[in-house]
Each structure stands twice: as structure tokens, then as C-alpha cells.
Design a protein around this ligand. Structure first.
Ligand code: ZN
Length: 215
């Protein structure tokens, strides 16, 4: 069984990398962010709580994240293992997690802060159909206009320099002690995430002696 933790700042392509790895190796992909987003979209109680917190530029509480992960790991069967993304978030959770699950490794996607800024601030969203755009990689044919529904493209309210600077600082403060714990156990593969998606994926697999990509 293969069990991985994946870490990486916003814009590092963490979700994409986790998905690629999980699909190919039949791992269960647990993304705390995706679970929260689903709940926001479906107007659940949890969703309302998450929405309020994010609107104020803060991070969702540890307790909430922990509860979500506990439910996930209990509800799903993960015969071949899992990739977990968005957890653990602090030293206490990390120690607990490492004691409870025999983790193969931590994939730490590294992206410099200025590159995070560049990537995140170029994201756009169709205000009508919700399709994602990126002015670096996926530009619309007509400026500020959705290719599919002609809706207006907007930035997410929390994708501005001030909110992003806060998130970057919080991310570094939060992950530093985590990385130290994982490094003590010689678990961490720090992967340069500035390269193309496929290159990053191949680097992850090489680092953990995993089978090469089939797609
Ligand atoms: Zn649209």
C-alpha cells in the first residue's frame, strides 16, 4: 500500500499532481480544499462556516480540518493507498498522523513566493459559468470574456496581493515546523514545482521509485 502526504503552496499545482498520481496508481485522493469547496457549493452548514472564514482571509480551523479528514479516512476504503492534500496542518496533527498511518513519504512541492504571486494573480473565473482561466496558461480568446458562455471573467475576491501575502505568510509559518518533523524521519522529497506538470510528476515518481506515467 502507498500512502503519501502532498504539500505545496497555492499555485504549485498540488491538486493536479495529486490527481495524476492517484488516478494512475489507483490511490484515493483526499483533498481537504476540494471537500470544503464541495460543501460551499452545496450550501451545507460546513460550507457556510468555511465561506465566512475564507471571506475574512483566514484559514479554516484545525478542528474542522481534523474532523473532515477523520471522516474521510474512515468512510473510504483505500485498498491501494492514498494521497492526502491539505493535512496535517500543524505539529500535533503531524505526529498523530505519522503514528497512526505508515506514511511512505511527503511530497513537498516548492515554488518561490514571487512565482506564486505571478501564478495566482493571473487566475480568472467566469462570473457566469464558473469556468477557470489563467492568463499565463489558459487565456480566453477575447480579453476578459468566457470562451464558452461569453460571461465576464473576474478574479476571485481573495486573489489579490494583500490577501495572498497573508496566505503566503501563514503558509510558511504553518508548514515550517511540519517539514522539520517530516525531515527528521527522512520522509520529505522536495520537488521543484516551477517546471511543467509532466516534469514535476515524473520527478515525484522517480523520487519514490513509483511506476512511470501511463497517460
Ligand atoms: Zn463562462
Amino acid at each position: 500500500m502507498r500512502k503519501f502526504i502532498i504539500m505545496g503552496i497555492q499555485g504549485s499545482g498540488k491538486g493536479t499532481q495529486a490527481k495524476l498520481l492517484a488516478e494512475d496508481l489507483e490511490l484515493e485522493h483526499f483533498s481537504v480544499g476540494d471537500i470544503f469547496r464541495w460543501n460551499v457549493q452545496h450550501h451545507t452548514k460546513l460550507g457556510a462556516q468555511v465561506k465566512r472564514t475564507m471571506a475574512s482571509g483566514r484559514l479554516v480551523s484545525d478542528e474542522l480540518v481534523e474532523a473532515v479528514v477523520r471522516d474521510c479516512l474512515a468512510e473510504h476504503d483505500w485498498n491501494y493507498g492514498f494521497v492526502i492534500d491539505g493535512f496535517p496542518r500543524n505539529a500535533r496533527q503531524a505526529e498523530f498522523f505519522l503514528e497512526s498511518y505508515d506514511i511512505d513519504g511527503v511530497i513537498n512541492l516548492y515554488l518561490p513566493d514571487d512565482e506564486v504571486m505571478r501564478r495566482v494573480l493571473s487566475r480568472r473565473l467566469c462570473s457566469r459559468c464558473g469556468l477557470d482561466y489563467n492568463l499565463l496558461a489558459h487565456r480566453p480568446a477575447t480579453e476578459d470574456t468566457c470562451d464558452v458562455c461569453q460571461g465576464e471573467l473576474v478574479a476571485r475576491p481573495d486573489d489579490n496581493e494583500e490577501a495572498l501575502a497573508l496566505r503566503l505568510a501563514a503558509y510558511h509559518e504553518e508548514t515550517k515546523p511540519l517539514i522539520e518533523i517530516f525531515e527528521r524521519k527522512e520522509f520529505v522529497a522536495t520537488i521543484d514545482a516551477t517546471s511543467a506538470v509532466e516534469v514535476v510528476q515524473d520527478a515525484i515518481r522517480q523520487r519514490f521509485d513509483l511506476p512511470a506515467r501511463t497517460s
